[in-house]
Design a protein around this ligand. Structure first.
Ligand code: NAP
Length: 472
């Protein structure tokens, strides 16, 4: 596919091959954008911001609504594309394509709802005869930088609210998975988006990222990706609005009164979907000592039943990781934990980029597989004795994106909700649950700013204050 740059589809002789992670076959190639392309995109986006700011809310709604309808009609095609480039199983590809429709539908609705408010200035001792109100205005040029793991939905979560708010957007998708983002641009243009409203450039983030994020013409950066790259972007960005959606090592606490069959079903579902490559994947299971071995017995058959392999085979439950190097990394971290006294209860094997769904028990909190973001199809299990210890373990991390607890006791659930340092808290389900009506984002080094169209659309605007100084 080509890039959409400065209002036209552009090819280049320098290319990046896009491969199916399962068999490494080449499925397409995209241009390798360079510094000159970034400069061209920025100059065009600055003009585009003026075009976009002139569209009415109704016009923005109509474009996004039409795009959502078109995406819904093309679910199978989009689902298959996602699955092929990213490696998630085809059912998850279709699921992501459906969720992307929701993100665009929600964004369309927000295009009609953006509003300011009146401010009662006469409540101030010097405010008499003043009338004040706020206006929400677009930021201007938005740079949307996205990760590989949800190559369509996470692009929609940035592009949808940015366009709903009347910005022009430059998308820089992940190099491993650029095709869904480019297809989205096609759909938006077919849906009536002015070509000035969007550009999509593909190229190495390490090579062109700094140029994009440091540039003063960019007024808003919305980034989803790793903590390391997020940290670099924050340092490079200078004075502009930034949203950071970063990683995590999400904990799930099992209290002694939990229904272990329900917990096991939740872990099998929330620990291994997308081969564990979800920012809110269940990574660290903290199980009360009293139910520790019963929980392992309940979980093991469920994880053994998750057949791993070719993501396009309808029977496969867990697909390959995005790169073989990542599967090798997961294998090494598991082996390192075993070397330190942990025990592989299920899985532990690798074939190419496919790492078997794995359960590692007796994990010590200081092991890398527990204290770093694993981002793979393995779940660690660690015992605790008291709720105080469970909460301390859950919080013993720089991250804070999502967490879960299983208990029937309201006091334990409320202590968890109040004391666990996490942007999302789930009672009686695993951390990996999200719908787009939620304000979604992390605490601590999992980032700042919220996604979900209702919240993201505000992040994509600036607030202006208007004061009328009246004579009477
Ligand atoms: P990544 O390596 O950080 O890459 C994310 C994006 O940043 C890619 O487009 C990448 O381009 C680009 N990039 C790399 N270096 C850059 C630089 N110096 N300046 C600007 N952009 C740069 O992350 P990933 O491996 O694709 O995704 C996995 C990570 O994303 C995990 O940590 C996961 O937890 C996190 N994530 C968070 C959320 C959330 O909502 N909180 C959701 C999904 C994923 P290249 O591909 O060309 O390197």
């Amino acid at each position: 596919m080509k890039n959409f740059l400065a209002g036209e589809w552009v090819d280049k002789s320098k290319k990046i091959e896009v491969r199916n992670p399962y068999d490494n076959s080449v499925i397409d190639a995209v241009p390798k954008a360079e510094a000159a392309d970034v400069e061209r995109a920025l100059a065009f986006a600055q003009r585009g911001a003026k075009v976009m700011a002139k569209l009415s809310g109704y016009e923005r709604w109509k474009i996004l609504r039409k795009a959502a309808d078109s995406m819904a009609a093309r679910n199978e095609e989009l689902g298959r594309l996602i699955s092929k480039e990213e490696g998630k199983i085809i059912a998850e590809g279709r699921g992501e394509a459906n969720r992307a429709v929701e993100a665009m539908t929600g964004s369309a609705e927000e295009a009609k709802r953006l509003h300011g408010e009146t401010v009662p200035l006469d409540g101030d001792p010097v405010g008499a005869n003043r009338l004040g109100f706020t206006l929400r205005v677009p930021c201007g040029v938005v740079a949307a930088i996205t990760p590989f793991n949800f190559p369509l939905n996470l692009v929609c979560h940035k592009v949808g609210p940015a366009l709903a708010a009347g910005n022009s957007v430059i998308v820089k998708p992940a190099t491993d998975t650029p095709l869904s983002a480019l297809r989205l641009v096609e759909i938006l243009l077919e849906s009536g988006l002015p070509p000035e409203g969007i550009q999509c450039i593909t190229g190495s983030g390490a090579e062109i990222g700094d140029l994009l994020v440091a540039d003063r013409r960019v007024r808003k950066i919305s980034f989803t990706g790793s903590r390391e790259v997020g940290d670099r972007i924050c340092r490079t960005a200078g004075i502009k609005k930034v949203t950071m959606e970063l990683g995590s090592n999400s904990p799930l606490i099992i209290m002694p009164d939990a229904d272990l069959e329900k917990v096991a079903a939740a872990v099998a579902s929330t620990g291994y979907s997308n081969a564990g490559q979800s920012c809110i994947s269940t990574q660290r299971v903290l199980a009360a000592g009293k139910v520790y071995s019963d929980f392992l017995s309940a979980l093991s058959p469920k994880v053994k039943a998750l057949s791993a392999g070719n993501q396009l085979d309808e029977k496969t439950k867990v697909g390959p990781m995005v790169r073989e190097a990542d599967a090798v990394r997961v294998e090494q971290w598991v082996q390192e934990a075993v070397g330190g006294g942990a025990r592989v209860v299920v899985g532990g094997s690798r074939q190419g980029a496919v790492y078997a769904p794995t359960v590692v028990a007796d994990v010590k909190p200081e092991m890398r597989i527990s204290c770093d973001e694993l981002f793979g199809p393995a779940v660690t299990v660690t015992p605790f004795q008291t709720i105080d210890e469970a909460i301390t373990l859950a919080n013993d991390t720089f991250y804070g994106l999502s967490a879960g607890i299983f208990t029937e006791k309201i006091e334990w659930a409320m202590r968890f909700a109040r004391e666990v340092e996490s942007g999302n808290l789930h009672i009686n389900w695993g951390p990996a649950w999200r719908v787009d009506l939620m304000p979604y984002g992390g605490l601590k080094e999992s980032g700042f700013g919220k996604e979900g169209p209702r919240y993201a659309v505000e992040e994509m605007t600036e607030l202006k204050m208007v004061v009328f100084h009246l004579s009477t």
